[in-house]
Design a binder for this molecule. Structure first.
Ligand code: SF4
Length: 170
């Protein structure tokens, strides 16, 4: 099974969305959730400073890695600090570790909020990430799509019409 950062991100948002996404049912052109962070990059860091490198490894793509200080910078356009962002960054740090790059720090940056948040990867987080990976495997391999659970984010989700129209018809 190939887990990637998108799966980790969606897992922390909605299990049903994870199953739909993993099973190739996609309406992502309107999704705010999956591609959170993409648009802000050009505005925030118009020119990649030479201190940052782009790293692509094992299903993750880090746009701004400060190699000298071993810090991953993850930029979010969201105007809300969310737990899913933190887990996405922790997953990046975990993957780096799995490839022998240890003691990496993380910083979440929210340009619209003018806020930054340091993120660390603890032993508890490492265990939790292993559990998340196992759970993702179980969810996406299942024949059944997880049931609909109304959440605040549903209205901005690309699957909104799919989920709610389908429920009404059933
Ligand atoms: S509309 Fe709601 S329940 Fe359906 S996939 Fe999106 S977040 Fe999940």
């Amino acid at each position: 099974m190939n887990i990637n950062a998108t799966y980790i991100n969606i897992y922390n948002v909605c299990k049903r969305e994870l199953w739909l996404h993993a099973n190739q049912i996609r309406f992502e052109h309107t999704s705010d959730i999956v591609y959170d962070g993409k648009l802000i990059h050009e505005d925030s860091y118009p020119l990649r400073s030479s201190k940052y490198e782009e790293i692509e490894i094992d299903g993750i793509k880090v746009d701004y890695y400060d190699t000298k200080n071993k810090v991953i910078h993850e930029i979010k356009r969201s105007n809300k600090i969310e737990q899913a962002h933190e887990w996405q960054l922790k997953y990046y740090m975990y993957v780096f570790e799995q490839h022998g790059v240890t003691d990496v720090k993380g910083i979440l940056e929210y340009p619209t909020l003018r806020k930054t948040q340091p993120v660390v990867l603890s032993d508890v987080d490492r265990d939790r990430i292993k559990e998340i990976i196992a759970d993702i495997d179980k969810i996406i391999s299942s024949e059944e799509c997880p049931p609909l659970q109304k959440k605040g984010i549903c209205k901005s989700c690309s699957y909104y019409e799919f989920c709610f129209t389908k429920e009404v018809e059933e």
